[in-house]
Design a protein around this ligand. Structure first.
Ligand code: ZN
Ligand code: ZN
Length: 403
């Protein structure tokens, strides 16, 4: 106790309010506010000191807490939320004076003014809105700028997980801004600003964004297929993100129905449900095998018995792939090693062969077929001994564990 009185005596050499006095002992006794702590401390120090409104540290900032609470309440109005958190910006000069006081009085169990400010405003807002403060996953964080009496609402995005199938060979997964104008609109893109008229993203994100009354939407796929590849089977997992939603409780079943109705058979969505930022990270880093159906056309006569060599040479052996010629302009040239787990010849019609194979995530399948000028080894063209081209490539299953 005498140590505490020593610190208090030294601190009270300047005028302090009870908040700023109590904060010096924030972690000494719990179960009371800093203001109460300050009042008791002041009483225990038998110096004739009055609580000062002209506090050396905060200059009376805590008297403005009710006003800050009202500002938060006002800025919260547009956003549906069931909980919140308050953060604050405090004049750096205040923080400097506070740190100087800690040093001068050797206080070691103090709390920062921001911590107390956040909590005190939080209490006012909790009472006003009837909603709790949430530290871990708040729907919205209100940042109170105590210098300019401004509040900004940092609204947590909404996330939705689902799986999509794609039945078009002219549809990219995500919106693709025009290369020429980068989205502004130019003759090349007919003023649309995009390389393609639509995308899987366009059939999913805007519907969620409109329903949640958000500002922006983002699409996170678990990998992506080529534009001209169909996405079949169990569909590809994705998480759609809506930034700055004004509504958080949206009818997900109705949203999925709307997607499927408006995509007119080009895209199908299933299993839409609420998701999290953590799941975005999980699906972005997932490396699961995928099963493909590839149709290749050989350029010339070939010995059909050679087709039997394809599974034998490819399955469970290292496939070495240099960055394909078609993407070399945007990616560093490096070698990757992948494994094909299963290969089946599904059909042979003249010079056309349909192959079904399961391969590691990140395997370049077209290159595995034609060999990419020897940049992929081994490859189907070499095995058969005749050059070939890929006519169609579809993803028929994504080997994630499901969700
Ligand atoms: Zn103060
Ligand atoms: Zn353009």
């Amino acid at each position: 106790m005498s140590r505490r009185l020593e610190i208090a005596g030294s601190a009270l050499e300047r005028p302090l309010c009870n908040h700023c006095l109590g904060r010096l002992f924030a972690s000494v006794s719990t179960g009371m506010s800093n203001r109460q702590r300050g009042a008791i401390t002041r009483y225990l120090v038998s110096l004739p000191t009055q609580e000062s409104g002209d506090c050396h540290i905060c200059r009376g900032l805590f008297s403005e807490v009710p006003k800050f609470g009202r500002l938060v309440e006002k800025s919260s109005a547009p956003f549906e939320h069931s909980n919140f958190l308050v953060g604050s910006k405090v004049d750096p000069a205040v923080i400097e004076r506070e740190e100087q006081l800690w040093a001068d009085s050797s206080a070691s169990e103090s709390e920062s003014i921001k911590g107390e400010m956040n909590r005190e405003i939080g209490k006012v807002v909790e009472a006003a809105l009837g909603k709790p403060v949430e530290f871990k996953n708040p729907d919205v964080v209100f940042i109170v700028d105590t210098m300019f009496d401004r509040v900004t609402a940092d609204v947590t995005p909404l996330f939705f997980y689902g799986r999509y199938r794609k039945f078009s060979r002219e549809l990219p997964q995500t919106r693709w801004p025009c290369r020429e104008c980068r989205g502004k609109g130019c003759p090349r893109c007919n003023g649309v600003g995009r390389m393609y008229e639509s995308s899987v993203q366009d059939m999913i994100g805007p519907i969620l964004m409109r329903r949640a009354e958000g500002d922006e939407e983002y699409f996170h796929g678990m990998g992506r297929e080529d534009i001209d590849a169909l996405m079949l089977g169990n569909g590809r997992p994705f998480v759609a993100e809506v930034r700055r939603p004004q509504k958080r409780s949206i009818d997900i079943v109705a949203a999925e129905e709307e997607m499927n109705a408006s995509a007119k058979g080009l895209v199908e969505v299933e299993g839409l449900r609420p998701s999290t930022r953590g799941e975005v990270r999980a699906i972005k880093s997932a490396a699961c095998p995928k099963t493909y159906r590839v149709s290749v056309r050989f350029q010339g006569e070939f010995d059909h018995r050679k087709l039997n060599d394809i599974p034998r040479v490819l399955a469970e052996k290292p496939i070495r792939q240099l960055t394909p010629n078609r993407v070399a302009h945007r990616r560093a040239d490096l070698e990757r090693v992948r494994t094909v787990h299963r290969v089946e010849i599904e059909a042979v019609v003249g010079s056309e062969v349909v192959i079904v194979l399961e391969a590691d995530s990140g395997t370049y399948i077209k290159e595995l077929m034609h060999g990419d000028d020897g940049r992929t080894k081994p490859n189907v063209a070499d095995i058969v001994g005749v050059p070939c081209e890929v006519i169609e490539l579809d993803v028929i299953s994504i080997g994630d564990k499901g969700a």
